[in-house]
Design a protein around this ligand. Structure first.
Ligand code: FAD
Length: 593
């Protein structure tokens, strides 16, 4: 047997890609093409396969290392023939590009021949933002529509345990934070008194108002809601195990819906970390939003948007918080200059932000959850927390609905590949929302839902958005749309930039919050806007104008010559465009070249 070095093969335009999983260990006997590593760039997750078979004698990479073409992965004692040409790394979860469709299994139409309880033109499975929007659009287009949902309320993750409850709490805590700053203005208030039951009640009233509104709108449109857990029987039938109570308790009864077209909108659920024990003090975002108590010491595992939003809420309520993030930065996907402003502003908010560090082990102790860490910034000793929030991502529900019985292809991670009309490989079945790919965001799901319903009605609708905005509703907020500077650099796109610092914005200064900035990114050849980012208070509301400008193909002159109201934060978008063509009279003069 000969020694052989296994290298990272050609992985396209990627370099310095972080390793998020090492799938093998020394001593393992590996097959040729067996996945060895999982890499995750800001655009794709990819598995790196072995280009030879043998026994691993040493491994040269560890979690969090950055690799590119030619990096050494491992040494093996090779068995068998000399290696063939190196296989390319296989993308497993393109983000934001959709999962790829491969050869379709034969659709299984009309196999079911038992009793049918409901007949419809369109069945929508799942009533999250994608599902209810698809169902309502289908009904508005005149199609008889059934909406299947396992929970008692409509609205899915977003309304019940996601976007809306998190924003209700973030609103409360942002007012608490703002009140504290009033001392500088000569206005002082006493220390806040937190009635946690009342705060929880406020959050629940917000959810109830919205979900109740959806139930009314479903009724007004004559969308029939069937409450239960739906699974495919074939390409024209779904069986629903009826549910009851406040969760998804099964009643034992089943109903069958026959449909002509179906739209799958079954969403996603939080990723679990297998090494964490079962304990009520270890929660996901749903558990954290229950707001059962305010922990003294809390660990947030994962420095993405959801983790940081919940960390913001709990820190203002009084928890001392540590954040552990495996990668070398927080808020993945945002340009670093935006994130840096957030980081500087929040320097005193959290106890420790541990980058390049992962929670490796957790033990249940009487006084809390004892967590051990590994990585560059890992504390030497295990730390004990009253609450651990796991916010390391979400996984699609594609594998839980017996999609295969309808012939619908689901990839190995549970995503359902679709075309631009949101159509799966089975012509009468569409899929939308979190389970068709990244970014997992409500506004993407809603637009996809509309496209699917229109395509189901025979319209020539396509999902061809030029941009899907992202917002971290932290303090300050961070928002971006279209291409980031980092993406432009990685893709070799020549760009120009206009940046307006809020330190020059009358409104931001009057608000006492001038730490942010607005930047616009233009294609250097066409001069049309291709992206933008904003960090500062209300950035999430302000980014909408940048989204519209990108979709309309506006250039810096269009945006700069649009009269914005003064004094507003929104003005900063026009001023950033003026800065891009060197005409901003609210900034120091640009030196002539
Ligand atoms: P979901 O909302 O997941 O809905 C799927 C529905 O299908 C659920 O109601 C589920 O019960 C139902 N279902 C699943 N399987 C079955 C079955 N077999 N039978 C019957 N019913 C079934 N996005 C934003 O854009 N902005 C934000 O600010 C934001 N904040 C978030 C905060 C948190 C804490 C979380 C967790 C998420 C947040 N998101 C946010 C993401 C957003 O909630 C999701 O992207 C969005 O809800 C996805 O919509 P969807 O329709 O694809 O699926």
């Amino acid at each position: 047997m000969a020694k052989q070095t296994i290298l990272v093969p050609d992985i396209g335009d990627y370099s310095d890609v972080p390793v998020i999983e090492v799938l093998v260990k020394v001593g393992d006997v590996i097959e040729k093409e067996q996945p060895l590593l999982v890499l995750e760039s800001d655009k794709a997750t990819m598995e790196v396969p072995a280009d030879a078979a043998g026994t691993i004698t040493s491994i040269a990479v560890k979690l969090g290392d950055k690799v590119g073409k030619g990096s050494v992965i491992a040494e093996i004692e090779a068995s068998g023939a000399a290696p063939a040409a190196k296989p390319a790394a296989a993308p497993v979860a393109p983000a934001p590009a959709a999962p790829t469709m491969t050869a379709a299994p034969a659709p299984v139409a009309g196999q079911y021949s038992g009793k049918v309880d409901h007949e419809c033109e369109v069945l929508v499975l799942g009533a999250g933002p994608g599902g209810y929007s698809a169902a309502f659009r289908s009904a508005d287009l005149g199609m008889n529509t059934v909406l299947v949902e396992r929970y008692p309320t409509l609205g899915g993750v977003c309304l019940n345990v996601g976007c809306i409850p998190s924003k209700a709490l973030l609103h409360t805590t942002s007012v608490m934070d703002e009140v504290k700053t009033m001392a500088k203005h000569g206005i002082t208030f006493g220390a806040p008194k937190i009635e946690i039951d009342q705060l929880r009640g406020y959050k629940e009233s917000v959810i109830a108002k919205l979900t109740g509104g959806l139930a009314g709108m479903a009724k007004a449109r004559k969308v029939k809601v069937v409450r239960g857990l739906g699974k495919f029987l074939d390409a024209n039938h779904v069986e629903v195990e009826l549910t009851d109570g406040t969760g998804q308790d099964l009643t034992g009864k089943k109903e069958v819906v026959r449909f002509q077209k179906a739209i799958i909108a079954a969403g996603s659920q939080p990723v679990k970390l297998p090494f964490l024990p079962e304990d009520p003090r270890i929660v996901d975002s749903t558990g954290a939003l229950l707001l059962k108590s305010i922990p003294k010491r809390m660990l947030v595992i994962g420095g993405g948007i959801i983790g940081l939003e919940m960390a913001t809420v709990y820190s203002t309520l009084g928890s001392r918080i540590d954040i552990a993030e495996m990668m070398d930065g927080l808020m993945a996907g945002a340009d670093r200059d935006l994130e840096k402003v957030w980081e500087k502003f929040n320097a005193g908010r959290f106890e420790k932000i541990m980058l390049k560090t992962r929670a490796a082990k957790a033990e249940v102790k009487p006084d809390g959850i004892q967590v051990s860490f590994e990585g560059e910034n890992a504390p030497a000793e295990p730390q004990t927390y009253d609450l651990v929030l796991v916010a390391v991502g979400r996984t699609p529900n594609g594998k839980k609905i017996d999609a295969g019985k309808a012939g619908v292809q689901v990839d190995e991670r549970g995503f359902i590949p679709v075309d631009k009309q949101m159509r799966t490989n089975v012509p009468n079945i569409f899929a939308i929302g979190d389970l068709v790919g990244q970014p997992m965001l409500a506004h993407k799901a809603v637009h996809e839902g509309h496209v699917a319903a229109e395509a189901a009605a025979g319209e020539k609708s396509y999902f061809d958005a030029k941009q899907i905005p992202s917002v971290a509703y932290t303090d300050p907020e961070v928002a971006w749309a279209g291409l980031t500077e980092e993406q432009c650099k990685a893709q070799g796109i020549a760009y120009e930039k206009g940046l307006f610092p809020w330190a020059a914005s009358g409104r931001a200064i009057a608000n006492g919050r001038d730490e942010g900035f607005t930047k616009l990114i233009f294609d250097a050849t066409t001069h049309r806007i291709i992206g933008g980012g904003i960090v500062g208070t209300h950035a999430g509301d302000l980014i909408g104008e940048v989204c519209l400008a990108i979709e309309m193909g506006a250039d810096a002159v269009d945006i700069g010559k649009t009269i914005h109201p003064h004094p507003t934060l929104g003005e900063s978008v026009g001023l950033a465009a003026e800065a891009a063509h060197g005409h901003c009279t609210d900034l120091p003069p640009v030196k002539k070249k």
